[in-house]
Design a protein around this ligand. Sequence first.
Ligand SMILES: Cc1ncc(COP(=O)(O)O)c(C=O)c1O
Length: 451
Amino acid sequence: MKQPTADVRADFPQIRTALPGPEAARIIERDTAVLSPSYTRSYPLVAARGEGAIVEDVDGNRFLDLNAGIAVVATGHCHPQVVRAIQEQAARLIHMSGTDFYYENMVTLGEKLAALVPGGGPRRVYFGNSGTEAIEAAIKMARYHTGRDKFIAFLGGFHGRTLGSLSLTASRAVQRRRFGPLVPGVTHIPYAYCYRCAYGKQPESCSVECVKVIEDELVKTIVPAEELAAIVLEPVQGEGGYVVPPKKFFDELQAVARRLGVLIVADEVQSGMGRTGRMWASEHFGLEPDIVAVAKGIASGLPLSATVARADLMQWERGAHASTFGGNPVAVQAALVTIELLEKELIDNAARVGAHMLDRMRDWPRRFPVVGEVRGLGLMIGVEIVRDQARRERAPELRDRLVRMAFERGLLVLGAGTSVMRLSPPLVLTREQADFALDTLEDCLGRLVVS
Ligand SMILES: Cc1ncc(COP(=O)(O)O)c(C=O)c1O
């Protein structure tokens, strides 16, 4: 493994203590006593500061962040231009409630997002604070506009945890268990998860059965078309395991939606804001959604979300939907700078470094028996971990061990889906950092044995 300079370089990891270190252990003990046990911590990282793709913990250990706060800090941790914009805006105006009053930067960001989303034509923008709020707004708008109450969503999809968005989420049982009844009217169908095709097909020769089922079966049985408001999907599934469908999935989906007269809602909360090497994952596939949900990477870490819809859809009466904090001026200012940085260089960097990583990882299934598939777009990369390549048997315990081994070597990665390791680094990741990360992961994979 090539790590000779790791000890001295500030842009590489350095582990100085056993993990967790003493200070981290103390904080985790206090956390455990007082905070909600529902939080899903994978390993004991207690962050103290971050810069670019590096996070330092409270004991002075340095980690290379291949997760970016779950695909949030697109411009890296504490990008100086983002920090400056936040500080200056905080000194001018922290809050005013865009629901009740006007301020200019909220309009400017609305104009920017309206122009950016795929599809062309006039768009309107609703601001919230989180991904789940962007989806709630999409659900309510689709119902309001169409007068219909039914939705089709996809198995493996994750759209949030409030009750409306949770009704669309079909990612893990633990997220839904004991919370029902959820919002009625949602039907889930298999996603184009070609590695694990629900119809037993191969991507090259399939007829996109996972979309055909909508017209062939659903609308004839349980979802009459005249009651169907929208089809909701992530263009690349995130929490479901970084699953990238083939283009024909989207072609067929748009054709079906057109024929049935139903809306398409693209949840770009995780796949958007440059992560895939384009501003939106939808762009890779020619997908032109009616409504786009945006959050996570939009403001480099400040809470902000947007629901961007065709202007003729976002026609609801005054007071129909709003939020006290949505479109907060400080978060909006961070988003404006974030978009500027993305457009100037970071989307290109995501495409370039992501392609380099995928290129290097292409032979992992051949080199490592526990790797079933490597897939991704830009810096949204998933590695399917299996017990057995031939049978594609999932191996969550091996995946968890891999995530933990990486952590102990100074890499922050997370799981996704049942058996996938995901890489979603900040879009400032350099090629050298990427190579260091891949060297380290290769070393971990080489040591990972099926027990
Ligand atoms: C695709 C997608 N949609 C929605 C959400 C929910 O976002 P939030 O956690 O900000 O509510 C997430 C969060 O992981 C997501 O990945």
